[in-house]
Design a protein around this ligand. Sequence first.
Ligand code: M6P
Ligand code: ZN
Length: 182
Amino acid sequence: MLSNYIDLEKGILENYTENVIRRASDMLNFYQDNEALEKMIKNGNPTIYEVYAVTHEGGGELSYAITILHPGKVGNEYFMTKGHYHEKRDRGELYIGLKGNGLLLMQKGEEIRWIEMERGKIVYVPPYFAHRSINTGNGNFVFLAIYPGDAGHDYGSIAEKGFAKIVIEENGNYAVKDNPRW
Ligand code: M6P
Ligand code: ZN
């Protein structure tokens, strides 16, 4: 497929070839406050984020995906994606903000960076950096990601202890804090 459409208002990608819906129950152990997460699961198990992708898996090819990250918090921690390294670590990625506000957290070894995202902003994730998105706003945070077809997703170490920083709400604003489990 050589061309496609995104509904920029709703963040809906047409003709996607893969999609993933992650609910609260898919995020066990990713947030600090497991009790708050358990409660949320019992209370309707809401969708945290949805990914719609067009994938081309060969080396040298490009895949792309729209992520719709819903607004909300688990305890005082904002809704976020799981976050991943690329299986092929030397593959980079481009993120383009389409709607709402968020952060893109990136980490390589002990080096950690976070960049605010908004509509029209382009952020480059260099090779070797794990990346996670966080919705710090009140509405959906929607972005487009473009990545090498053979990059792959490695959730392993992040599922175990996360990133070196967590993003919480403090006095109505976001605050980036040290991850106590790191
Ligand atoms: C972006 C891309 C996808 C990724 C998605 C959700 O759209 O980076 O490759 O799958 O975000 O992130 P995660 O896979 O970490 O849950
Ligand atoms: Zn990626």
